[in-house]
Ligand binder design. Structure first.
Ligand code: DGT
Ligand code: CA
Ligand code: ZN
Length: 577
Protein backbone atom coordinates (compact mmCIF):
# COMPACT_ATOMS: atom_id res chain seq x y z
CA UNK A 1 0.00 0.00 0.00
CA UNK A 2 1.30 3.44 -0.86
CA UNK A 3 0.96 6.62 1.16
CA UNK A 4 -2.10 7.78 -0.73
CA UNK A 5 -4.04 4.60 0.00
CA UNK A 6 -2.97 4.51 3.65
CA UNK A 7 -3.69 8.16 4.26
CA UNK A 8 -7.17 7.66 2.80
CA UNK A 9 -7.83 4.87 5.30
CA UNK A 10 -6.53 6.96 8.20
CA UNK A 11 -8.79 9.80 7.13
CA UNK A 12 -11.76 7.46 6.96
CA UNK A 13 -10.98 6.17 10.47
CA UNK A 14 -11.07 9.79 11.64
CA UNK A 15 -14.48 10.23 10.04
CA UNK A 16 -15.78 6.97 11.48
CA UNK A 17 -14.63 7.94 14.98
CA UNK A 18 -16.29 11.30 14.65
CA UNK A 19 -19.56 9.74 13.53
CA UNK A 20 -19.35 7.36 16.47
CA UNK A 21 -18.96 10.38 18.74
CA UNK A 22 -15.64 9.28 20.23
CA UNK A 23 -13.11 11.64 21.78
CA UNK A 24 -12.59 14.44 19.24
CA UNK A 25 -8.82 14.45 19.88
CA UNK A 26 -8.63 10.87 18.76
CA UNK A 27 -10.37 11.50 15.45
CA UNK A 28 -8.32 14.63 14.85
CA UNK A 29 -5.12 12.64 15.46
CA UNK A 30 -6.08 10.35 12.54
CA UNK A 31 -6.93 13.25 10.24
CA UNK A 32 -3.65 14.93 11.10
CA UNK A 33 -1.73 11.66 10.69
CA UNK A 34 -3.25 11.19 7.24
CA UNK A 35 -2.07 14.62 6.11
CA UNK A 36 1.36 14.22 7.67
CA UNK A 37 1.90 10.86 5.96
CA UNK A 38 0.90 12.32 2.62
CA UNK A 39 3.39 15.16 2.95
CA UNK A 40 6.37 12.82 3.52
CA UNK A 41 8.64 12.43 0.55
CA UNK A 42 9.38 8.77 1.43
CA UNK A 43 6.81 5.98 1.08
CA UNK A 44 5.47 4.38 4.31
CA UNK A 45 7.35 1.14 3.56
CA UNK A 46 10.69 2.97 3.59
CA UNK A 47 9.72 4.92 6.71
CA UNK A 48 9.00 1.65 8.50
CA UNK A 49 12.16 -0.06 7.33
CA UNK A 50 14.32 2.85 8.47
CA UNK A 51 12.38 3.23 11.74
CA UNK A 52 11.80 6.88 10.80
CA UNK A 53 8.03 6.38 11.19
CA UNK A 54 8.48 6.58 14.99
CA UNK A 55 10.11 10.02 14.82
CA UNK A 56 7.64 11.91 12.65
CA UNK A 57 5.88 14.77 14.37
CA UNK A 58 2.13 14.30 13.91
CA UNK A 59 2.26 10.49 13.85
CA UNK A 60 1.97 8.99 17.34
CA UNK A 61 2.94 5.45 18.28
CA UNK A 62 -0.62 4.06 17.98
CA UNK A 63 -0.80 5.42 14.43
CA UNK A 64 2.68 4.17 13.58
CA UNK A 65 1.57 0.65 14.63
CA UNK A 66 -1.49 0.86 12.42
CA UNK A 67 0.46 2.12 9.42
CA UNK A 68 2.93 -0.75 9.95
CA UNK A 69 0.11 -3.30 10.03
CA UNK A 70 -1.35 -1.85 6.81
CA UNK A 71 1.98 -1.93 5.01
CA UNK A 72 2.89 -5.42 6.20
CA UNK A 73 -0.47 -7.18 5.85
CA UNK A 74 -2.45 -4.98 3.44
CA UNK A 75 -5.27 -4.68 5.97
CA UNK A 76 -6.03 -3.34 9.44
CA UNK A 77 -8.23 -5.15 11.93
CA UNK A 78 -9.05 -1.98 13.87
CA UNK A 79 -10.36 -0.36 10.67
CA UNK A 80 -12.35 -3.42 9.60
CA UNK A 81 -14.01 -3.68 13.03
CA UNK A 82 -14.78 0.01 13.07
CA UNK A 83 -16.38 -0.19 9.63
CA UNK A 84 -18.67 -3.07 10.58
CA UNK A 85 -19.81 -1.21 13.70
CA UNK A 86 -21.24 1.69 11.67
CA UNK A 87 -23.83 1.57 8.85
CA UNK A 88 -22.04 2.03 5.51
CA UNK A 89 -24.38 4.76 4.33
CA UNK A 90 -23.31 7.09 7.13
CA UNK A 91 -19.79 7.42 5.74
CA UNK A 92 -21.19 7.89 2.23
CA UNK A 93 -23.28 10.77 3.56
CA UNK A 94 -20.14 12.68 4.55
CA UNK A 95 -19.41 13.09 0.82
CA UNK A 96 -22.31 15.56 0.61
CA UNK A 97 -20.73 19.03 0.45
CA UNK A 98 -21.16 20.84 3.75
CA UNK A 99 -22.51 17.76 5.53
CA UNK A 100 -19.83 16.60 7.93
CA UNK A 101 -19.64 13.71 10.41
CA UNK A 102 -21.24 15.74 13.22
CA UNK A 103 -24.36 16.39 11.18
CA UNK A 104 -24.45 12.76 10.05
CA UNK A 105 -24.37 11.65 13.65
CA UNK A 106 -27.16 14.03 14.56
CA UNK A 107 -29.63 12.94 11.87
CA UNK A 108 -28.81 9.31 12.59
CA UNK A 109 -29.47 9.75 16.30
CA UNK A 110 -32.61 11.82 15.81
CA UNK A 111 -34.29 9.99 12.90
CA UNK A 112 -32.27 6.84 12.29
CA UNK A 113 -31.33 8.16 8.83
CA UNK A 114 -28.71 5.78 7.40
CA UNK A 115 -28.48 6.53 3.68
CA UNK A 116 -28.35 9.48 1.30
CA UNK A 117 -31.75 8.51 -0.10
CA UNK A 118 -33.34 8.60 3.36
CA UNK A 119 -31.73 11.94 4.03
CA UNK A 120 -33.02 13.37 0.76
CA UNK A 121 -36.52 12.15 1.54
CA UNK A 122 -36.40 13.60 5.06
CA UNK A 123 -35.32 17.00 3.68
CA UNK A 124 -38.09 16.99 1.13
CA UNK A 125 -40.57 16.16 3.88
CA UNK A 126 -39.22 19.12 5.82
CA UNK A 127 -38.39 16.91 8.77
CA UNK A 128 -35.00 18.43 9.53
CA UNK A 129 -36.23 21.99 9.87
CA UNK A 130 -36.87 21.70 13.61
CA UNK A 131 -33.76 19.75 14.47
CA UNK A 132 -31.41 21.67 16.73
CA UNK A 133 -28.64 23.32 14.65
CA UNK A 134 -30.40 22.66 11.33
CA UNK A 135 -33.28 24.75 9.96
CA UNK A 136 -34.82 25.33 6.54
CA UNK A 137 -31.74 26.90 5.04
CA UNK A 138 -29.51 23.96 6.00
CA UNK A 139 -32.14 21.61 4.65
CA UNK A 140 -32.08 23.37 1.30
CA UNK A 141 -28.28 23.28 1.26
CA UNK A 142 -28.30 19.53 1.93
CA UNK A 143 -30.67 18.98 -0.99
CA UNK A 144 -28.40 21.01 -3.27
CA UNK A 145 -25.42 19.02 -2.04
CA UNK A 146 -27.16 15.72 -2.79
CA UNK A 147 -28.09 16.93 -6.25
CA UNK A 148 -24.47 17.90 -6.88
CA UNK A 149 -23.24 14.51 -5.73
CA UNK A 150 -25.68 12.63 -7.96
CA UNK A 151 -24.85 14.73 -10.98
CA UNK A 152 -21.19 13.76 -10.78
CA UNK A 153 -21.36 10.34 -9.18
CA UNK A 154 -21.02 8.33 -12.36
CA UNK A 155 -18.25 10.34 -14.03
CA UNK A 156 -14.47 10.17 -13.68
CA UNK A 157 -11.63 12.65 -14.05
CA UNK A 158 -9.84 12.30 -17.39
CA UNK A 159 -6.46 11.21 -16.05
CA UNK A 160 -7.95 8.48 -13.87
CA UNK A 161 -10.12 7.13 -16.69
CA UNK A 162 -7.16 7.21 -19.05
CA UNK A 163 -4.90 5.42 -16.57
CA UNK A 164 -7.53 2.69 -16.22
CA UNK A 165 -8.11 2.49 -19.99
CA UNK A 166 -4.56 2.32 -21.30
CA UNK A 167 -3.51 -1.15 -20.01
CA UNK A 168 -6.79 -2.65 -21.18
CA UNK A 169 -6.53 -0.99 -24.57
CA UNK A 170 -2.88 -2.00 -24.99
CA UNK A 171 -3.75 -5.60 -24.18
CA UNK A 172 -6.48 -5.67 -26.85
CA UNK A 173 -4.33 -3.88 -29.39
CA UNK A 174 -1.41 -6.24 -28.89
CA UNK A 175 -3.50 -9.39 -29.09
CA UNK A 176 -2.03 -11.24 -32.10
CA UNK A 177 -5.44 -11.77 -33.71
CA UNK A 178 -6.62 -8.18 -33.41
CA UNK A 179 -6.13 -6.35 -36.71
CA UNK A 180 -6.77 -2.72 -35.66
CA UNK A 181 -7.82 -1.18 -32.34
CA UNK A 182 -8.46 2.34 -31.05
CA UNK A 183 -9.68 4.02 -27.89
CA UNK A 184 -12.94 5.71 -28.85
CA UNK A 185 -15.67 7.65 -26.99
CA UNK A 186 -15.05 10.63 -24.74
CA UNK A 187 -11.45 9.54 -24.02
CA UNK A 188 -10.53 9.89 -27.69
CA UNK A 189 -12.31 13.25 -27.79
CA UNK A 190 -10.33 14.32 -24.67
CA UNK A 191 -13.44 15.32 -22.74
CA UNK A 192 -12.75 16.77 -19.28
CA UNK A 193 -14.67 13.99 -17.52
CA UNK A 194 -15.43 10.45 -18.64
CA UNK A 195 -18.37 8.15 -17.95
CA UNK A 196 -16.94 4.96 -19.42
CA UNK A 197 -14.22 3.55 -21.66
CA UNK A 198 -15.01 2.62 -25.27
CA UNK A 199 -12.61 0.44 -27.24
CA UNK A 200 -13.21 -0.52 -30.87
CA UNK A 201 -11.28 -3.23 -32.69
CA UNK A 202 -11.35 -5.39 -35.79
CA UNK A 203 -10.69 -9.11 -36.28
CA UNK A 204 -11.71 -12.03 -38.45
CA UNK A 205 -15.05 -13.57 -37.37
CA UNK A 206 -13.31 -16.86 -36.54
CA UNK A 207 -11.22 -15.12 -33.84
CA UNK A 208 -13.98 -13.13 -32.16
CA UNK A 209 -14.76 -15.59 -29.41
CA UNK A 210 -11.13 -15.89 -28.38
CA UNK A 211 -10.61 -12.13 -28.31
CA UNK A 212 -13.75 -11.48 -26.27
CA UNK A 213 -12.73 -14.16 -23.75
CA UNK A 214 -9.30 -12.52 -23.57
CA UNK A 215 -10.85 -9.08 -23.00
CA UNK A 216 -13.08 -10.13 -20.09
CA UNK A 217 -10.25 -12.00 -18.37
CA UNK A 218 -7.90 -9.01 -18.07
CA UNK A 219 -6.30 -8.42 -14.66
CA UNK A 220 -8.18 -5.22 -13.86
CA UNK A 221 -11.61 -6.67 -14.65
CA UNK A 222 -13.76 -6.94 -11.55
CA UNK A 223 -17.09 -7.92 -13.14
CA UNK A 224 -18.26 -8.99 -16.58
CA UNK A 225 -21.59 -7.40 -17.43
CA UNK A 226 -21.88 -8.69 -21.00
CA UNK A 227 -20.04 -10.98 -23.39
CA UNK A 228 -21.20 -11.28 -26.99
CA UNK A 229 -19.84 -11.55 -30.50
CA UNK A 230 -19.83 -7.81 -31.31
CA UNK A 231 -19.80 -6.24 -27.85
CA UNK A 232 -18.51 -7.14 -24.40
CA UNK A 233 -18.75 -5.02 -21.26
CA UNK A 234 -16.81 -5.11 -18.04
CA UNK A 235 -16.44 -3.09 -14.86
CA UNK A 236 -12.83 -2.44 -13.84
CA UNK A 237 -11.43 -2.50 -10.31
CA UNK A 238 -10.93 1.26 -10.65
CA UNK A 239 -14.74 1.58 -10.60
CA UNK A 240 -15.16 2.44 -14.27
CA UNK A 241 -16.95 0.48 -17.02
CA UNK A 242 -15.39 -0.48 -20.36
CA UNK A 243 -16.95 -1.72 -23.60
CA UNK A 244 -15.19 -3.50 -26.43
CA UNK A 245 -16.81 -3.44 -29.89
CA UNK A 246 -15.43 -5.92 -32.37
CA UNK A 247 -16.14 -6.10 -36.12
CA UNK A 248 -14.53 -7.41 -39.30
CA UNK A 249 -11.83 -5.02 -40.54
CA UNK A 250 -13.89 -3.64 -43.45
CA UNK A 251 -16.32 -2.24 -40.84
CA UNK A 252 -13.63 -0.77 -38.56
CA UNK A 253 -13.77 2.83 -39.80
CA UNK A 254 -17.55 2.96 -39.33
CA UNK A 255 -17.50 1.75 -35.73
CA UNK A 256 -14.50 3.91 -34.91
CA UNK A 257 -16.30 6.99 -36.12
CA UNK A 258 -19.65 6.08 -34.56
CA UNK A 259 -18.32 5.15 -31.12
CA UNK A 260 -15.98 8.11 -31.00
CA UNK A 261 -19.06 10.33 -31.11
CA UNK A 262 -20.08 12.64 -29.74
CA UNK A 263 -23.73 11.66 -30.08
CA UNK A 264 -24.41 15.28 -31.12
CA UNK A 265 -21.68 15.19 -33.78
CA UNK A 266 -23.15 11.93 -35.09
CA UNK A 267 -26.61 13.45 -35.27
CA UNK A 268 -25.35 16.38 -37.37
CA UNK A 269 -23.42 13.97 -39.62
CA UNK A 270 -26.62 12.00 -40.14
CA UNK A 271 -28.64 15.04 -41.14
CA UNK A 272 -25.93 16.13 -43.55
CA UNK A 273 -25.97 12.65 -45.09
CA UNK A 274 -29.74 12.80 -45.41
CA UNK A 275 -29.51 16.06 -47.36
CA UNK A 276 -27.20 14.29 -49.79
CA UNK A 277 -29.56 11.31 -50.01
CA UNK A 278 -27.13 9.19 -48.07
CA UNK A 279 -27.24 7.36 -44.75
CA UNK A 280 -24.59 7.04 -42.05
CA UNK A 281 -24.53 4.85 -38.93
CA UNK A 282 -22.31 2.38 -37.09
CA UNK A 283 -23.15 -0.11 -39.87
CA UNK A 284 -21.64 2.02 -42.61
CA UNK A 285 -22.26 4.86 -44.99
CA UNK A 286 -24.76 4.18 -47.78
CA UNK A 287 -25.91 5.86 -51.00
CA UNK A 288 -28.81 4.97 -53.32
CA UNK A 289 -30.73 3.36 -50.43
CA UNK A 290 -28.54 0.45 -49.46
CA UNK A 291 -25.34 0.67 -51.45
CA UNK A 292 -22.41 0.62 -49.04
CA UNK A 293 -19.59 3.08 -49.73
CA UNK A 294 -16.38 1.23 -48.79
CA UNK A 295 -14.30 3.21 -46.28
CA UNK A 296 -10.99 1.99 -44.97
CA UNK A 297 -10.39 5.02 -42.71
CA UNK A 298 -12.31 7.85 -41.04
CA UNK A 299 -10.81 10.18 -43.68
CA UNK A 300 -12.74 8.16 -46.27
CA UNK A 301 -15.99 8.56 -44.32
CA UNK A 302 -15.64 12.33 -44.09
CA UNK A 303 -14.52 12.56 -47.72
CA UNK A 304 -17.55 10.65 -48.98
CA UNK A 305 -19.70 13.41 -47.44
CA UNK A 306 -17.51 16.10 -49.02
CA UNK A 307 -15.77 16.91 -45.74
CA UNK A 308 -12.17 17.36 -44.62
CA UNK A 309 -11.00 15.18 -41.74
CA UNK A 310 -12.27 16.35 -38.33
CA UNK A 311 -9.89 15.64 -35.41
CA UNK A 312 -11.70 13.73 -32.62
CA UNK A 313 -11.30 16.56 -30.08
CA UNK A 314 -13.48 18.81 -32.26
CA UNK A 315 -16.37 16.36 -32.63
CA UNK A 316 -18.75 18.10 -30.23
CA UNK A 317 -21.11 19.66 -32.77
CA UNK A 318 -19.80 23.16 -32.22
CA UNK A 319 -19.40 24.02 -35.89
CA UNK A 320 -16.79 21.42 -36.90
CA UNK A 321 -18.86 19.95 -39.73
CA UNK A 322 -19.42 23.34 -41.40
CA UNK A 323 -15.71 24.08 -40.93
CA UNK A 324 -14.80 20.74 -42.54
CA UNK A 325 -17.09 21.51 -45.49
CA UNK A 326 -15.40 24.91 -45.98
CA UNK A 327 -11.85 23.54 -45.52
CA UNK A 328 -11.54 25.64 -42.33
CA UNK A 329 -10.51 22.99 -39.80
CA UNK A 330 -7.84 24.65 -37.65
CA UNK A 331 -4.30 23.32 -37.41
CA UNK A 332 -4.61 22.41 -33.73
CA UNK A 333 -1.84 23.08 -31.21
CA UNK A 334 0.39 20.11 -30.30
CA UNK A 335 2.59 19.35 -27.31
CA UNK A 336 5.66 19.86 -29.51
CA UNK A 337 4.64 23.50 -30.09
CA UNK A 338 5.11 24.37 -26.44
CA UNK A 339 8.23 26.34 -25.48
CA UNK A 340 7.83 27.05 -21.76
CA UNK A 341 6.15 26.13 -18.48
CA UNK A 342 4.39 28.94 -16.64
CA UNK A 343 2.62 28.86 -13.29
CA UNK A 344 4.51 26.24 -11.30
CA UNK A 345 5.16 26.00 -7.56
CA UNK A 346 8.24 25.15 -5.49
CA UNK A 347 9.09 24.34 -1.88
CA UNK A 348 9.01 28.10 -1.22
CA UNK A 349 5.20 27.72 -1.03
CA UNK A 350 3.28 24.44 -1.32
CA UNK A 351 5.34 22.57 -3.92
CA UNK A 352 7.18 19.31 -3.27
CA UNK A 353 10.35 20.10 -5.28
CA UNK A 354 12.88 22.92 -5.10
CA UNK A 355 13.08 25.66 -7.71
CA UNK A 356 16.23 24.09 -9.11
CA UNK A 357 14.70 20.61 -9.35
CA UNK A 358 11.61 21.97 -11.10
CA UNK A 359 13.62 24.13 -13.51
CA UNK A 360 16.08 21.39 -14.41
CA UNK A 361 13.24 18.92 -15.03
CA UNK A 362 11.56 21.51 -17.27
CA UNK A 363 14.73 22.10 -19.22
CA UNK A 364 15.35 18.37 -19.59
CA UNK A 365 11.91 18.02 -21.18
CA UNK A 366 13.05 20.41 -23.89
CA UNK A 367 11.52 23.71 -22.74
CA UNK A 368 13.20 27.13 -22.86
CA UNK A 369 11.78 28.75 -19.75
CA UNK A 370 10.25 27.97 -16.40
CA UNK A 371 7.86 30.50 -14.87
CA UNK A 372 7.86 30.09 -11.11
CA UNK A 373 4.62 31.29 -9.51
CA UNK A 374 4.46 30.51 -5.82
CA UNK A 375 1.46 31.62 -3.78
CA UNK A 376 1.05 35.12 -2.36
CA UNK A 377 0.90 36.03 1.33
CA UNK A 378 -2.84 35.67 2.01
CA UNK A 379 -2.81 31.94 1.18
CA UNK A 380 -1.47 30.91 4.56
CA UNK A 381 -2.41 27.23 4.22
CA UNK A 382 -0.17 27.03 1.13
CA UNK A 383 2.68 28.96 2.81
CA UNK A 384 2.19 32.00 0.60
CA UNK A 385 5.22 34.30 0.37
CA UNK A 386 5.54 37.47 2.41
CA UNK A 387 7.40 40.28 0.59
CA UNK A 388 10.71 39.42 2.33
CA UNK A 389 10.47 35.84 1.09
CA UNK A 390 9.77 37.12 -2.42
CA UNK A 391 13.10 38.99 -2.29
CA UNK A 392 14.90 35.88 -1.04
CA UNK A 393 13.32 33.85 -3.82
CA UNK A 394 14.43 36.33 -6.46
CA UNK A 395 18.01 36.09 -5.22
CA UNK A 396 17.85 32.30 -5.54
CA UNK A 397 16.50 32.62 -9.08
CA UNK A 398 19.19 35.13 -10.11
CA UNK A 399 21.84 32.74 -8.85
CA UNK A 400 20.35 29.73 -10.64
CA UNK A 401 19.94 31.67 -13.88
CA UNK A 402 23.69 32.32 -13.94
CA UNK A 403 24.20 28.61 -14.41
CA UNK A 404 21.83 28.24 -17.37
CA UNK A 405 22.55 28.80 -21.02
CA UNK A 406 19.60 29.19 -23.41
CA UNK A 407 17.19 28.57 -20.58
CA UNK A 408 15.75 30.92 -17.99
CA UNK A 409 13.69 30.88 -14.84
CA UNK A 410 11.14 33.71 -15.03
CA UNK A 411 10.12 35.39 -11.79
CA UNK A 412 6.40 35.06 -11.47
CA UNK A 413 3.79 34.94 -8.74
CA UNK A 414 0.37 33.42 -8.36
CA UNK A 415 -1.05 36.45 -6.64
CA UNK A 416 -4.44 36.06 -4.99
CA UNK A 417 -7.36 38.18 -6.11
CA UNK A 418 -8.98 39.52 -2.96
CA UNK A 419 -12.75 39.69 -2.52
CA UNK A 420 -12.89 43.26 -3.82
CA UNK A 421 -10.76 42.43 -6.87
CA UNK A 422 -7.58 44.04 -5.53
CA UNK A 423 -4.28 42.17 -5.48
CA UNK A 424 -2.65 40.51 -2.50
CA UNK A 425 0.65 42.42 -3.04
CA UNK A 426 1.24 46.18 -3.27
CA UNK A 427 2.35 47.58 -6.64
CA UNK A 428 6.05 47.78 -5.76
CA UNK A 429 6.15 44.04 -5.05
CA UNK A 430 4.11 43.26 -8.17
CA UNK A 431 6.61 45.35 -10.15
CA UNK A 432 9.48 43.18 -8.92
CA UNK A 433 8.20 40.12 -10.83
CA UNK A 434 8.75 39.41 -14.52
CA UNK A 435 5.08 38.50 -14.79
CA UNK A 436 2.00 38.16 -12.61
CA UNK A 437 -0.63 35.43 -12.61
CA UNK A 438 -3.76 36.51 -10.72
CA UNK A 439 -6.01 33.78 -9.27
CA UNK A 440 -8.89 33.22 -6.89
CA UNK A 441 -8.72 30.54 -4.19
CA UNK A 442 -11.28 31.57 -1.61
CA UNK A 443 -14.79 32.93 -1.25
CA UNK A 444 -16.14 31.27 -4.40
CA UNK A 445 -19.77 31.42 -3.32
CA UNK A 446 -20.43 34.89 -4.78
CA UNK A 447 -23.27 35.99 -7.05
CA UNK A 448 -22.46 36.19 -10.76
CA UNK A 449 -22.52 39.96 -10.66
CA UNK A 450 -20.13 40.26 -7.73
CA UNK A 451 -17.84 37.49 -9.00
CA UNK A 452 -17.61 39.02 -12.49
CA UNK A 453 -16.82 42.44 -11.01
CA UNK A 454 -14.10 40.87 -8.84
CA UNK A 455 -12.39 39.21 -11.81
CA UNK A 456 -12.83 42.26 -14.08
CA UNK A 457 -11.02 44.39 -11.50
CA UNK A 458 -8.08 42.00 -11.56
CA UNK A 459 -8.00 41.92 -15.37
CA UNK A 460 -7.83 45.73 -15.40
CA UNK A 461 -4.86 45.81 -13.01
CA UNK A 462 -1.91 46.92 -15.15
CA UNK A 463 0.49 44.48 -13.45
CA UNK A 464 -1.58 41.40 -14.26
CA UNK A 465 -0.38 39.34 -17.23
CA UNK A 466 -2.35 36.11 -16.87
CA UNK A 467 -5.70 35.36 -15.30
CA UNK A 468 -5.13 32.01 -13.50
CA UNK A 469 -7.82 29.29 -13.35
CA UNK A 470 -10.62 31.86 -13.80
CA UNK A 471 -13.48 30.16 -11.95
CA UNK A 472 -11.51 28.20 -9.33
CA UNK A 473 -13.67 25.15 -10.05
CA UNK A 474 -12.61 21.63 -9.12
CA UNK A 475 -14.05 19.15 -11.61
CA UNK A 476 -16.49 16.75 -9.92
CA UNK A 477 -15.75 18.66 -6.73
CA UNK A 478 -17.01 22.23 -6.70
CA UNK A 479 -18.48 24.58 -9.27
CA UNK A 480 -16.25 27.64 -8.78
CA UNK A 481 -17.19 31.26 -9.37
CA UNK A 482 -20.22 31.86 -11.59
CA UNK A 483 -18.78 34.24 -14.20
CA UNK A 484 -20.02 36.14 -17.21
CA UNK A 485 -17.08 34.69 -19.12
CA UNK A 486 -17.66 36.53 -22.39
CA UNK A 487 -17.35 39.86 -20.59
CA UNK A 488 -14.14 38.69 -18.95
CA UNK A 489 -12.72 37.57 -22.27
CA UNK A 490 -13.61 40.95 -23.81
CA UNK A 491 -11.84 42.74 -20.94
CA UNK A 492 -8.80 40.45 -21.26
CA UNK A 493 -8.59 41.39 -24.94
CA UNK A 494 -8.80 45.09 -24.10
CA UNK A 495 -6.18 44.99 -21.34
CA UNK A 496 -3.77 42.54 -22.95
CA UNK A 497 -4.23 39.84 -20.32
CA UNK A 498 -3.77 36.19 -21.25
CA UNK A 499 -6.18 33.64 -19.79
CA UNK A 500 -4.88 30.46 -18.26
CA UNK A 501 -6.05 27.08 -19.36
CA UNK A 502 -5.06 25.26 -16.20
CA UNK A 503 -3.80 21.86 -17.34
CA UNK A 504 -4.45 20.04 -14.07
CA UNK A 505 -7.12 17.37 -14.72
CA UNK A 506 -8.81 18.58 -11.55
CA UNK A 507 -9.34 22.02 -13.05
CA UNK A 508 -9.18 22.39 -16.86
CA UNK A 509 -10.16 25.99 -16.21
CA UNK A 510 -10.73 28.06 -18.54
CA UNK A 511 -13.39 25.65 -19.80
CA UNK A 512 -12.73 24.59 -23.42
CA UNK A 513 -16.19 25.80 -24.43
CA UNK A 514 -14.95 29.42 -24.07
CA UNK A 515 -11.61 28.99 -25.85
CA UNK A 516 -13.00 29.55 -29.33
CA UNK A 517 -14.50 32.89 -28.30
CA UNK A 518 -11.22 33.91 -26.65
CA UNK A 519 -9.40 33.01 -29.85
CA UNK A 520 -11.80 35.10 -31.91
CA UNK A 521 -11.20 38.09 -29.61
CA UNK A 522 -7.44 37.69 -29.97
CA UNK A 523 -6.84 36.69 -26.35
CA UNK A 524 -3.74 34.59 -25.67
CA UNK A 525 -4.36 31.34 -23.81
CA UNK A 526 -1.60 30.14 -21.51
CA UNK A 527 -1.57 26.36 -20.99
CA UNK A 528 -0.19 26.02 -17.48
CA UNK A 529 0.46 22.82 -15.54
CA UNK A 530 0.17 24.53 -12.13
CA UNK A 531 2.71 21.86 -11.15
CA UNK A 532 3.35 21.29 -7.46
CA UNK A 533 5.99 18.63 -8.19
CA UNK A 534 8.14 17.38 -11.05
CA UNK A 535 5.45 14.82 -11.95
CA UNK A 536 2.91 17.63 -12.14
CA UNK A 537 4.78 19.07 -15.14
CA UNK A 538 3.40 16.13 -17.16
CA UNK A 539 -0.11 17.60 -16.83
CA UNK A 540 0.85 19.79 -19.78
CA UNK A 541 -0.24 17.00 -22.14
CA UNK A 542 -3.76 16.95 -20.67
CA UNK A 543 -3.94 20.70 -21.13
CA UNK A 544 -3.05 20.29 -24.80
CA UNK A 545 -5.99 17.89 -25.26
CA UNK A 546 -8.37 20.47 -23.79
CA UNK A 547 -6.82 23.31 -25.82
CA UNK A 548 -7.40 21.26 -28.97
CA UNK A 549 -11.03 20.81 -27.92
CA UNK A 550 -11.14 24.59 -27.76
CA UNK A 551 -10.05 24.94 -31.44
CA UNK A 552 -6.77 26.55 -30.41
CA UNK A 553 -3.75 26.80 -32.69
CA UNK A 554 -0.11 27.45 -31.89
CA UNK A 555 -0.53 31.18 -32.59
CA UNK A 556 -3.18 31.43 -29.84
CA UNK A 557 -0.95 30.05 -27.10
CA UNK A 558 1.13 32.39 -24.94
CA UNK A 559 3.69 29.81 -23.87
CA UNK A 560 4.22 28.64 -27.43
CA UNK A 561 6.23 31.88 -27.74
CA UNK A 562 10.00 31.57 -27.55
CA UNK A 563 11.87 32.85 -24.48
CA UNK A 564 12.89 36.00 -26.31
CA UNK A 565 9.36 36.66 -27.55
CA UNK A 566 7.64 36.11 -24.22
CA UNK A 567 10.12 38.30 -22.32
CA UNK A 568 9.49 41.06 -24.82
CA UNK A 569 5.75 40.52 -24.49
CA UNK A 570 5.80 40.88 -20.68
CA UNK A 571 8.18 43.86 -20.76
CA UNK A 572 6.08 45.61 -23.35
CA UNK A 573 3.02 45.70 -21.07
CA UNK A 574 5.11 46.72 -18.06
CA UNK A 575 6.67 49.60 -19.96
CA UNK A 576 3.22 51.09 -20.51
CA UNK A 577 2.56 51.57 -16.76
P1 DGT B 1 -19.14 9.40 -21.84
O1 DGT B 1 -20.44 9.85 -21.27
O2 DGT B 1 -18.00 10.08 -21.21
O3 DGT B 1 -18.96 7.92 -21.88
O4 DGT B 1 -19.18 9.92 -23.37
P2 DGT B 1 -19.14 9.08 -24.72
O5 DGT B 1 -19.19 10.06 -25.82
O6 DGT B 1 -18.01 8.12 -24.68
O7 DGT B 1 -20.54 8.34 -24.72
P3 DGT B 1 -20.95 6.81 -24.72
O8 DGT B 1 -19.93 5.97 -24.05
O9 DGT B 1 -22.33 6.75 -24.18
O10 DGT B 1 -21.04 6.42 -26.26
C1 DGT B 1 -19.90 6.40 -27.09
C2 DGT B 1 -20.25 6.98 -28.42
O11 DGT B 1 -21.21 6.15 -29.07
C3 DGT B 1 -20.91 8.33 -28.36
O12 DGT B 1 -19.99 9.37 -28.25
C4 DGT B 1 -21.65 8.35 -29.67
C5 DGT B 1 -22.09 6.94 -29.85
N1 DGT B 1 -23.46 6.80 -29.34
C6 DGT B 1 -23.83 6.14 -28.24
N2 DGT B 1 -25.16 6.23 -28.07
C7 DGT B 1 -25.63 6.98 -29.07
C8 DGT B 1 -26.92 7.44 -29.45
O13 DGT B 1 -27.93 7.17 -28.80
N3 DGT B 1 -27.01 8.20 -30.57
C9 DGT B 1 -25.90 8.50 -31.31
N4 DGT B 1 -26.05 9.27 -32.40
N5 DGT B 1 -24.69 8.09 -30.99
C10 DGT B 1 -24.54 7.34 -29.89
CA1 CA C 1 -17.82 6.44 -23.12
ZN1 ZN D 1 -3.97 28.40 -7.90
Amino acid sequence: MDKKQISKILEEIGTLLEIKGENPFKSRAYMMGARTLLSQSAEPKELIESGEIRNIKGIGSALADKITELVNTGSLKYYDDLKTSIPKGLVEMTAIPGFGPKKVKKVYAAFGIQTIEELEYACKENRLADLDGFGEKTQKKILQGIEFLKKYQDRHLFHRAEAAAVPLFEAVKNHPKVIRAELAGSLRRKKETIKDIDIVASANPADVEEIMAFFVSQADVEAVTGQGSTKSSVVLKQGIGADLRLMPDDKFAYILHHFTGSAEHNTTMRSLAKKKNMKVSEHGIFKNENELIPCKTEEDIFASLGLKYVPPELREDTGEIDAAADDKIPNLVALSDMRGMLHCHSTFSDGANTIEEMAVATRESGYEYFGLCDHSQVVVYARGLKPERVKEQHAVIDELNQGFDGFKILKGTECDIMNDGSMDYPDDILASFDFVVASVHTNLGMSMEAATARILAAVKNPYVNILGHPTGRLLLGRDGLPLDMNRIIDAAAEHDVAIELNASPHRFDLDWRYCKYAKEQGVFISINPDAHSIEGLDDMRYGIGIARKGWLEKANILNALSLEEIEKYFQNKRSRI
